[in-house]
Design a protein around this ligand. Structure first.
Ligand code: ADP
Ligand code: AIR
Ligand code: ASP
Length: 337
């Protein structure tokens, strides 16, 4: 087995984040733990981890189908998603269609008022400060956590995602009241939608009855919290079946593989010695420990980065290297999703 780290690099309020063998890929484990009001209220919602991982996987696929880039790679178990590592911009990007929650408190507006147009707002992702609402100037000139151009891109993406979700959920009898998104930059500087897409981060109301089907049931002690989450998973699956944009669940991700094979350090390497000698005679006296090996590159499809790496390791042991006298190093990058 590849070395799976057992200690999370980050344990948040609802998820544990683990590193994988590939530094650019993380494993997000969705827990049942629930918090509200910036962790002042704590509890458990049975099966929430599994439900939120599955809802997130389906909704990320949906977003990807529209050409918007996300961190999502694959769902690897009931509770776990593989995601591309990003540097999270510490902003909660909130999109509102109907007045609820903190907007009502702040402005004294009645819950349920349909807003004239969708609102995109930013809060500082900082529990200690209570996630305060920010202005653009606070973000750019005071906190310096983003810039004009990125904020414009995020706002456009948020509004696009809102239109997608409004239509998708209305099709299955759900009003999207509001939701929170997080964005980050991957190692190549791509802006990706990250974190999760679930009833923890959305307010969903039944379109006919206005019944709340999200974390407000936990926040407001409305009961049947698990039932509401299960209902939302059911509706999302129904939506995917109905949708003209079909998430391509069966297309396996492809990986570019590079295997480097070198003689073990304690093994005689005549080719390496010959090159070392030749270099010496050319005057490169500071060269030592020359080894000659080989590099094998190929592509492989597999349902996850972990299983792809496992297969390549097997190939190395069986064919690509001679493990008695050679060491091998495997590099793997995602080619597509
Ligand atoms: P919180 O930090 O708010 O308690 P979670 O329990 O959901 O939240 O923890 C998940 C953490 O991982 C969040 O801080 C989130 O910003 C971060 N995160 C989400 N997606 C990625 C990613 N692709 N790369 C790095 N960090 C991520
Ligand atoms: N949200 C904000 N911070 C954390 C979360 N989950 C989400 C809420 C709600 C939206 O953002 O779940 O869907 C707006 O929250 P509020 O409290 O500002 O009204
Ligand atoms: N996500 C925040 C918390 O867990 C805010 C909320 O959902 O109420 O405390």
């Amino acid at each position: 087995m590849p070395s799976l780290s057992t200690k999370p690099i980050y344990s948040g309020k609802a998820k544990d984040i683990f590193e994988t063998d590939d530094p650019s890929i993380l494993r997000a484990f969705f827990r049942d733990s629930a918090t509200a009001f910036n962790a002042q209220k704590k509890g458990e919602i049975q099966n929430k981890g599994k439900i939120n991982a599955s809802i997130s996987a389906l909704l990320f696929k949906l977003v990807e189908q529209t050409g918007i880039k996300t961190h999502f790679i694959n769902q690897v178990s009931d509770n776990e998603l593989l995601v591309k590592r990003v540097t999270i911009i510490p902003l909660e990007v909130i999109i509102r269609n109907i007045a609820a929650g903190s907007l009502c408190k702040r402005l004294g507006i009645k819950e349920g008022k349909v807003l004239k147009a969708p609102i995109v707002e930013f809060s500082y992702k900082n529990d200690e400060l209570g996630d305060p609402l920010l202005t653009k100037a606070y973000i750019i000139n005071a906190l310096e956590v983003s810039d004009e151009n990125t904020l414009r891109q995020i706002t456009n993406l948020a509004l696009k995602i809102n239109e997608l979700f409004k239509e998708f959920f209305l099709n299955v009898g759900i009003k999207v009241v509001d939701f929170k998104l997080e964005f980050g930059f991957d190692k190549d500087g791509n802006l990706l939608l990250a974190d999760e897409l679930s009833p923890d981060n959305f307010r969903f109301w039944d379109a006919k009855t206005n019944e709340k089907l999200d974390k407000d049931r936990f926040r407001q002690d409305l009961g049947n919290v698990e039932g509401a989450y299960e209902e939302m998973l059911k509706r999302v699956k129904e939506g995917v079946n109905k949708s003209s944009i079909q998430p391509q669940v069966n297309i396996l991700p492809s990986f570019l593989v590079r295997v480097q094979v070198l003689p073990k350090s304690d093994i005689l390497d005549p080719q390496g010695q010959a090159i070392e000698k030749a270099l010496m005679s050319l005057g490169y006296k500071d060269v030592k420990n020359v080894k000659v090996g080989k590099e094998i590159v190929f592509e492989i499809s597999s349902d996850s980065e972990i299983s792809a790496r496992e297969k390549v390791k097997e190939m190395c042991e069986k064919l690509l290297a001679n493990p008695v006298i050679e060491d091998y190093k495997i590099e793997l990058v995602v080619k597509n999703k």
